[in-house]
Design a protein around this ligand. Structure first.
Ligand code: UD1
Length: 388
């Protein structure tokens, strides 16, 4: 049996790591069964901090093939990926292509595989924001429509797929694969020192003399085009974080390359850098960010992955978006996150709620660190039953 799995951008790496490790474990335990795995990196993310660091620190085997796609418009990224990936598939002819998440690599490679009659397995299937202005929602819808095996992180996602008419035998609720990585890396992350992480990753000329203590700081991450490409949305958020939040508790802000570019373009980066209550960092390595999130007072984010991690870590989370494809992470579902949108008054209401109403989120079902093993076993048994 031959499998090709695909990664392209940062959030894919923590999802593919456990899958690669579970495949290796399966191979060791079943030496008689021929199982070949090829890892393809489309190259959508290419900076060391956005890619290589994750391979090293999560012990992902080096990609067998890198398509070198790089940055570009959506059509450029998807088009270039399809052309390059088709050549790989024609050469290798795998039984399955495994895609994760909802980035452009996920869409491009699932379409290319399906057009060649190769089966597609989608890890993290069924998430829906119902917001068609989000590029990821388009990627999710197309990928799920084409996939032969749809591995969902929670029951709400399975219900979404059932409602869309996906055959029930194609849907499997297996849990959240990213939590496999969190559980595997939790102990080593916990040993890290927050102030050392700040010193090592700062991009500020003057880092200030603020010493950050557990539970007394906030973490900020913002990268979605809907928030950071629009000056009218980004500027009030930056002013609020700089002038209202940071003076009451320090903020640690690892800034995504897209956001750095826009902050510079909108003339906002200097005021953030000059703020002695804000620690501006480059994009962080996995363990560093996990460590910061573990003991944050609260997290301000538009990242789906962080919403999920906060749920398991028990860290209060404000999701600066108008919708989420991950409702399981919200307080309504016993999660850690409040969906506050991007208006300053609403964010402040969310902060007040967190400060006055401490709740302990409960861990969603099957977010237990064993999702990848369930997926590997399922792919193998699906292939066997088709061959019988
Ligand atoms: C992509 C994903 C998004 C995911 C995010 C995490 C899609 C549609 N979007 O968005 O779902 O949450 O990754 O980061 O796939 N850049 C660098 N170095 C890099 C990569 C990018 O500097 O290694 C800069 C480039 O200027 C690029 C910009 O960041 O134009 C945006 O990168 P891109 O890959 O287009 O999308 P992301 O915003 O990272």
């Amino acid at each position: 049996m031959k499998l090709i799995s695909v990664v392209g951008a940062r959030p894919n790496f923590m999802k593919i790591a456990p899958f690669c490790h579970a495949l290796e474990a399966y191979k060791k335990n079943h030496p008689q069964q021929p199982l070949e795995h090829i890892l393809v990196h489309t190259g959508q993310h290419y900076d060391d901090q956005m890619s290589t660091t994750f391979f090293e620190s999560l012990s992902i085997p080096p990609a067998d093939i890198n398509l070198g796609i790089g940055s570009g418009t959506h059509a450029e990224q998807v088009g270039r990926t399809m052309i390059a990936f088709e050549k790989v598939l024609l050469e290798e002819r795998p039984d399955w292509v495994i895609v994760v998440g909802d980035v452009n690599a996920t869409l491009a490679c699932s379409v290319t595989a399906k057009k060649l009659g190769i089966k597609v397995a989608h890890i993290e299937a069924g998430l829906r924001s119902h917001d068609m202005t989000m590029p990821e929602e388009i990627n999710r819808l197309v990928t799920d429509r084409l996939s032969d095996a749809l591995y969902t992180p929670d029951r709400l996602s399975s219900e979404n797929l059932e409602a869309e008419g996906v055959p029930p035998q194609a849907i499997e609720f297996v849990g959240n694969i990213m939590i496999d990585t969190l559980e595997a890396q939790r102990a080593s992350s916990a040993k890290k020192d927050i102030n050392e992480i700040i010193q090592r990753n700062t991009t500020q000329a003057n880092t200030g003399d603020g010493f950050v203590k557990d539970r007394e700081y906030g973490v900020v991450t913002l990268h979605r085009p809907a928030t950071v490409d629009d000056k009218n949305k980004l500027e009030p958020i930056v002013e609020y974080l700089c002038n209202v939040i940071a003076p009451s508790f320090p903020l640690i802000w690892p800034i995504h390359p897209r956001t750095v570019k826009n902050l510079e373009r909108f003339g906002l980066l200097d005021s953030i850098n000059a703020n002695t209550f804000i620690h501006v960092l480059r994009p962080l390595e996995y363990h560093d960010l996990l460590r910061l999130n573990m003991t944050a007072k609260m997290v301000f984010t538009d990242s789906g992955g962080l919403q999920e991690e906060c749920c398991v870590l028990g860290t209060p989370c404000l999701t600066l978006r108008n919708n989420t494809e991950r409702p399981i992470t919200l307080r309504e579902h016993d999660g850690a996150s409040i969906l506050v949108g991007t208006k300053v008054e609403d964010i402040q209401n969310g902060v007040n709620t967190i400060l006055s109403d401490i709740t302990t989120p409960s861990r969603p079902e099957l977010w237990d660190g064993h999702t990848a093993t369930r997926i590997v076993e399922s792919i193998i048994s699906r292939t066997k039953s088709e061959n019988d």
